[in-house]
Every structure is written in structure tokens, then in C-alpha cells.
Design a protein. Structure first.
Length: 501
């Protein structure tokens, strides 16, 4: 079973002069010598170094107190999430799944071996609590690929203790800088090893980023952002990280909306089949997300309900309903992310970004091409909202409002893509669309919650339990939906009045 920890550290250059005196750092009572550890780590990557390109490290290390497999994902500068698994000859499946969206069908090869002599000191406070671990690492790097070289250096590393205050690292930093120690130019040992052991003739220069100019530039930048989000969120979804499923689902919808809204920029004969696969993925992600939303809504409603209105084991019924759906959907979702269909979709997204099917309008000015597409989406939304408002309350209106909600999302996403090129008018529209989407979303959530309450009530009734509380909650959901329908005309007039794109 893999364990995850948040690693917060800072790296510094060292000239073999050892560790400066840190007893003067505020809060440090004692510097404890922990001795020297001999570490032997082999780093793995694909032949084209996809993991390194994403600042992800995968290593098998012996020596020290945490021998085993280590997989690190970047979180922020100096912050990484490290997932550990026990030492074994082959990569554990628990870690292999977490990098599948990057590696896919490529072979993992040993690329670098690092031999380190780590001289460790613990910084401890007056109560004996560990504040940080400081080490001086003498490193020898060996490139394991053909024509690889070697490199040697010494660096100083300060790692915050688990649960420690990151501000403490600022105090250590101040003391180190005063002693003449400077921050490392490399984000990690692996990054430095790759840079220094690759022959100069094989070192690849990254092309300079170009500012978006044309309509096609802006649309592609938005599509690329969503592709990156899907790939990056994959490990978090597999680990059931909070809100990760929702965020990945949103990325699929944003990209699919961009394909549809900007059909004059990207050839839909190419993007439509990809859009169908994105719809499939969003549907699979939605099984989990819809259950999450309904559970949160019903739990909040029960928390607000007076005890005098409780009748029967309703919380138990809700937990049983939630666990039944979550358990099955989690297993199915992991299977989806391991499927050939999903990996083929990721390959298709890469191909689209690398060789985009641009149409003639892609070369046009954003102020004309993109603005026209946004206005078209807004006109369609306007028709749907006004149609829904004209209907009488009931199932037909519920369906019409749901369609309007989906169109509000699409208009929001097209405005988001347009914002870098069109500026504040598009940003303002995206913001107003988000508010409208939220209002219509509350209505749709009420519709779905009432359906769930009917199901739960039927199960409770069949078991001989009271259905009174389900009826109370159902009535409150009806009132919430009615309030949205009353507020919608005024909210829509405000949106129309603020439209400037």
C-alpha cells in the first residue's frame, strides 16, 4: 500500500564547506547529528523523458530510513507530494497507475543513478520536537543511457518536519544566506543530473513561448490548458483526492465546448469524434460526481432540519445509498482510466495540440472571429432562457431550464477562452455566466434531489419505516426550485443588460 506525504524543502548550493552553524536560528534549541547515510537511487523515465518534462520523479532507492519506491509530483515551488511504496524489484502497480496518463504505452527505463553520502542534522526546539531536517549531500550522478556522462556536486537541503510551519524555512534561509549559502539553480537532484550528464550535442533547447496573436492562437491555448488539466488530474482522481473528479470533468467539458463554439477555427470533422470521446469520459466521471453532489446536498439539508422532524433511520439510509454508489463507481472509474479507450483519447488530444486542424478563420483577429462565436452562443442561450421562463412550472420547464443551464456553461467557457484576446468584456461575461449557471444548477440539483428522495422513500416504505422526513425534505426542495424560478427573470435581465462582447 502506497503512502503519501507532503514534502516542503529548499535546496542550496554548497562548496564542500559543510553546514553553517544553525543554532542561532529562532526556535532552534539543538542541532542533533544523525550521522551519514549512504543512498543509492535509480531514476526511471520514458525514452523521451516525459516524466522529467512534467517535473515528476520516479526512483527506486536503497539506504537511509525510507528505502523503497518514491514517486514525486510537483505542487508548488519547493513543494512536492511524495508517494512511497515498499522496496521491490519491479515498479509497484499502485505507482504505475499514477503515472499512466504520462507514460501510457511507453517503456520505463533507468535513466540516472545517484549515489549520495548524506550528512544529516535535525533541528530541534526546546521541547524536543523536530522542526526540520538539514542535510549536506555529496552526490555522484551517472547517466544510464547511451553516451551518458557523469557529474559530481555537493548541495545542502532543508526539509520541513511533517506538519511544520513553512515560515520556519524562511528563518533558516535567512541564516544560510547570511553565511554565504545561495539557493540551488536546480529544482531537484534529478533535474541537475539530467542537465549535467547529457552530452551538449544532445541537449534540447526549449522553444521560446509565443504570445497568442490570432484567433487560432487563443483557442489552441485554451484547448491545450484543458488537455494539460486532464493529464495532470489523472493521478489525483485515482487517489480520490477531494474535488479532483469534478475538476477533470470540467476540463473535458471546457474542451468539448471549445470545439463546438469555435467550429470556424478548428475543423469539426476532426474535433467532433474527439468531442464524442470527451463526452464519454465526462459521463464516466459524472457517475461519481453526481453522487457526491446529491450526498452533500442531502447531508446539509438533514443538518438544518429540526430534530422534531426526524422520523426513522434516514441518515443510515443515506449512508447506505452513498456507499453503494461510491464503491461501484470508484472501481469502475479506475477501470476507465486504465482502459485502452481512455489512453487513445489522451493520444488523440496530444495529436490535436501538436498538429491542430486549423481553418481559414484561425488566422483572423480575435476581436472579430472569437467575439462572433461568443455572441452566437449568447443568442442561443437567450432563446432557451426566454423559452423556459414562458413555460408553466412542471416537467417541461424543468427540462428547458436544464438545457439553458448547459448552454450557460458553454457560453461561459467560450467567454473564458476569449478573455485573453477580448479583455474585460469577455471576462465580465464569463463571470455573469458562472452566476447564471449556479442559479440554474441549484434548480437542477433540486430536481435530482427530489428524484433521489422518492427512491429513498420507496425503499424505506418497503422496509416498514416512516417516510415522513423524506416528504419534509421533498417539500423544501420544491420550495427551493420555485424560488429559483421566481428569481430567474430578473437575473436574466441583469445578464442581458451587462452583455458587452
Amino acid at each position: 500500500m502506497a503512502d503519501t506525504k507532503r514534502e516542503i524543502e529548499r535546496k542550496y548550493e554548497s562548496e564542500d564547506s559543510g553546514l553553517p552553524d544553525l543554532t542561532g536560528v529562532a526556535g532552534v534549541e539543538t542541532v542533533v547529528d544523525k550521522g551519514v547515510a549512504h543512498l543509492d537511487a535509480t531514476y526511471y523515465d520514458t525514452p523521451d523523458e516525459r516524466l522529467a518534462a512534467a517535473a515528476i520523479t520516479l526512483r527506486r532507492r536503497t539506504g537511509g530510513s525510507d528505502a523503497g519506491w518514491h514517486l514525486k509530483f510537483p505542487v508548488a515551488p519547493g513543494v512536492r507530494d511524495e508517494i512511497q511504496a515498499p522496496l521491490s524489484d519491479t515498479l509497484p502497480r499502485s505507482l504505475a497507475g499514477l503515472i499512466r496518463s504520462r507514460v501510457r504505452d511507453a517503456e520505463l527505463l533507468p535513466v540516472v543513478r545517484l549515489l549520495s553520502d548524506r550528512d544529516v542534522r535535525d533541528l530541534v526546539d526546546s521541547e524536543g520536537r523536530l522542526l526540520a531536517e538539514v542535510s549536506v549531500d555529496a552526490v555522484r550522478a551517472e547517466r544510464l543511457t547511451v553516451d551518458g556522462g557523469t557529474a559530481q556536486w555537493t548541495e545542502l537541503e532543508v526539509e520541513l518536519a511533517d506538519g511544520g510551519d513553512p515560515a520556519f524555512l524562511d528563518k533558516v534561509d535567512k541564516r544560510l544566506r547570511k553565511a554565504g549559502v545561495r539557493p540551488s539553480k536546480s529544482a531537484s537532484k534529478l533535474a541537475r543530473a539530467l542537465a549535467e550528464t547529457t552530452p551538449k550535442k544532445k541537449r534540447r533547447k526549449q522553444p521560446a513561448a509565443r504570445e497568442p496573436v490570432t484567433a487560432g492562437d487563443h483557442v489552441l491555448a485554451y484547448v491545450r490548458e484543458q488537455r494539460d488539466a486532464i493529464v495532470t488530474l489523472d493521478p489525483a482522481v485515482r487517489q480520490d483526492t477531494y474535488d479532483s473528479v469534478h475538476r477533470m470533468r470540467v476540463a473535458t467539458r471546457r474542451m468539448r465546448s471549445a470545439f463546438r463554439s469555435y467550429g470556424k477555427v478548428l475543423d469539426r470533422t476532426v474535433t467532433d469524434p474527439i468531442g464524442d470521446e470527451l463526452k464519454w469520459l465526462a459521463g464516466e466521471l459524472g457517475v461519481d460526481r453526481d453522487a457526491e453532489v446529491l450526498t452533500e446536498r442531502l447531508t446539509a439539508a438533514l443538518d438544518e432540519l429540526p430534530r422534531t422532524l426526524f422520523s426513522g433511520p434516514i441518515r443510515t439510509r443515506l449512508r447506505t445509498w452513498t456507499h453503494a454508489r461510491r464503491g461501484g463507481s470508484r472501481r469502475r472509474l479506475t477501470g476507465v482510466l486504465d482502459s485502452k479507450r481512455y489512453l487513445a483519447l489522451l493520444d488523440a488530444l496530444d495529436a490535436l495540440v501538436d498538429d491542430p486542424p486549423l481553418l481559414e478563420a484561425a488566422a483572423g483577429q480575435p476581436e472579430k472571429v472569437i467575439a462572433k462565436a461568443v455572441r452566437k452562443d449568447f443568442r442561443k442561450l437567450s432563446g432557451l432562457v426566454e423559452q423556459a421562463v414562458a413555460l408553466k412550472p412542471g416537467q417541461d420547464r424543468d427540462l428547458a431550464l436544464h438545457e439553458a443551464r448547459k448552454k450557460a456553461k458553454r457560453t461561459r467557457y467560450s467567454a473564458e477562452a476569449a478573455a485573453p484576446g477580448l479583455g474585460s468584456p469577455a471576462s465580465a461575461l464569463a463571470k455573469s455566466m458562472k452566476s447564471l449557471q449556479s442559479l440554474l444548477g441549484d434548480h437542477q440539483d433540486s430536481v435530482m434531489t427530489r428524484q433521489t428522495l422518492r427512491e429513498l422513500s420507496a425503499v424505506a416504505h418497503a422496509a416498514g419505516e416512516s417516510s415522513f422526513t423524506y416528504g419534509v425534505l421533498y417539500g423544501r426542495e420544491e420550495a427551493a426550485a420555485a424560488a429559483v424560478e421566481r428569481d430567474l427573470p430578473g437575473a436574466w435581465q441583469e445578464v442581458k443588460g451587462g452583455m458587452q462582447v
